[in-house]
Write a protein that binds this ligand. Structure first.
Ligand code: HEC
Length: 151
């Protein structure tokens, strides 16, 4: 019987430890969360993106990203409402697999991330020191948040 209660006591203690570890992991993830307001692209990258955008996207989405006859705007509140609370990775995937509508899948990951950087700049998100990475999984942790978080 003594053995049984020891096992039980050990079980309770290790369960408590597991809860603590989970709590610490969650706190860490929250602290590390990045959004488009954290400076997730460089100004130079957005410059390259503008050149590619003008060639590949502007005919339909407009030179100022305000949309065309059939294509929706890629800046402003309508665009941001669509993408609020998604991630840079989601937007990357959408562009990479479905755009340009006339030739989906024709752009390299690097070109898509450059264009996305330009779109972020056009939507008023700040530039930073590190370029937006050229692949979807590396961007999945960057949240698109329409309005600047307080603080
Ligand atoms: C031939 C015209 C055409 C070209 C070129 C084109 N698009 Fe589009 N795009 C559209 C149309 C039409 C839609 C809406 C229908 C749809 O969702 O497919 C759209 C939708 C989008 C959306 C979704 C917008 C939203 O708010 O949900 C994004 C993002 C986008 N395009 C990005 C791009 C980018 C970046 C390029 C350049 C690499 C590009 N498009 C080139 C026609 C085009």
């Amino acid at each position: 019987m003594a053995n049984m209660s020891n096992i039980r006591r050990f079980g309770t203690a290790s369960c408590g430890l597991a809860m603590l570890l989970v709590g610490a992991a969650i706190a860490h993830a929250q602290a590390a969360e990045r959004s488009v307001w954290s400076g997730v692209y460089t100004a130079e990258q957005a410059g390259r993106g503008k050149v590619a955008y003008d060639e590949q996207c502007a005919a339909c989405h407009g030179a100022a990203l305000t949309g065309g006859d059939v294509a929706p705007p890629l800046s402003g509140s309508a665009f941001l409402n669509n993408w609020n609370n998604t991630s840079a990775g989601d937007l990357f995937e959408r562009i990479h697999s479905t755009m340009p509508q006339s030739a989906p899948g024709s752009l390299s990951g690097k070109t898509v991330s450059d264009i996305e950087a330009y779109m972020f700049q056009a939507n008023g998100f700040p530039a930073g020191q590190v370029a937006l990475p050229p692949a979807q999984p590396m961007m999945a942790g960057i949240k698109i948040v329409a309005t600047k978080p307080a603080g």
